[in-house]
Design a protein around this ligand. Sequence first.
Ligand SMILES: [Zn+2]
Length: 47
Amino acid sequence: MVYHDPYTPERKYVECLDCGHRTTAPETPESCPECEGAVKNIAVPRE
Ligand SMILES: [Zn+2]
């Protein structure tokens, strides 16, 4: 039996290569929301 937790959806964690802005989103954005620079996927941060 697979348990799916609806309160912890999978999220992408991305960082802007230009300004360093970090954000999470359900889908990887094509550009930075702050400066519209290129973004890259980075590892899920540990808390
Ligand atoms: Zn940026």
